[in-house]
Design a binder for this molecule. Structure first.
Ligand SMILES: O=C(O)C(=O)[C@H](O)CO
Ligand SMILES: [Mg+2]
Length: 255
């Protein structure tokens, strides 16, 4: 059975953010992930995590001005200094919270623009150099353009090529089954071929992004395949509960 992590940005929204840790533990989760902790002191987030007896699976590096529509900085022109500072901020939080992984968001830029690609590769190289010695891994995630129009990294093969080009053990793929299905389909074959480069998996139904088992994919078969492939990381439940989080957890009880 895969080890599932509750995504506290999307799940348990019945509670204030800092109360979602205990709610996730009470619901049976052993780990959590979320997008961003930066509105709260790292020590407070770490305290909530520890009191609830949870592990942190990952969170994202600062994305720029999220509320103004920014979705990361790594490939964005003119934001290089801010990106480097954000690596420092994220690493500081990761050390205190105890997160083994950080998601580096690319931002809105044209992947076919050679200057943007060079900027992105340089940013990833910088981030790997800055975090590797601390034992914090990095992941990059292809995201579909329907949910995030204009997002730089919108192709799984391109993402894999980038990971292979940087060629450092601490840079890996975040394989979100939801995005994979929307972008390319062929989920199981992609898991098989990309598994050596995958450090984090996420799941949601397609197309509504609700609970697993409620969309067009056979999620039970995909979970069995993830087990069969020997994946030992977490599968982040990055879905929007169709009703209350608790009411929607029957799929998990089956596992
Ligand atoms: O959108 C997703 O799927 C993610 O995992 C990002 O971390 C946040 O946008
Ligand atoms: Mg995701």
């Amino acid at each position: 059975m895969p080890r599932f992590a509750a995504n506290l940005t999307m799940m348990f929204n019945e509670h204030a953010f800092l109360d979602r840790f205990q709610a996730a533990a009470d619901a049976g989760f052993e780990a959590v992930e979320f997008l961003f902790p930066y509105d709260h002191p790292a020590e407070l987030v770490a305290d909530k995590l520890q009191r609830a007896g949870l592990s942190q699976a990952l969170f994202n590096m600062p994305p720029g001005n999220w509320h103004a529509g920014e979705r990361g900085l790594a490939a964005v022109a003119g934001r290089e200094a801010e990106f480097r500072a954000s690596v420092d901020t994220a690493l500081g939080y990761a050390k205190i919270i105890g997160s083994p992984l950080l998601h580096v968001m690319a931002g809105l830029a044209d992947r076919r623009d050679p200057a943007a690609m060079t900027r992105y590769l340089d940013a990833l190289q910088f981030a790997v150099d800055a975090t590797e010695d601390a034992g914090v891994g990095l992941v990059i995630e292809p995201i579909n353009g329907r949910d995030m129009p204009g997002y730089f990294l919108d192709d799984f093969d391109v993402a894999l090529d980038i990971v292979r080009k940087i060629d450092r053990p601490s840079l890996r793929l975040q394989f979100d089954i939801y995005h994979r299905q929307i972008l390319h389909g062929d989920v199981i074959m992609a898991l098989r071929s990309m598994m050596p480069w995958i450090a984090h998996i996420q799941v949601a139904s397609v197309p509504k992004r609700n609970e697993p088992g409620t969309g067009e994919l056979n999620d039970a078969l995909i979970f069995s395949e993830i087990d069969a492939l020997g994946y030992d990381g977490f599968v982040g439940c990055e879905y929007r509960p169709a009703g209350t989080t608790e009411d929607g957890l029957s799929w998990l009880k089956a596992w």
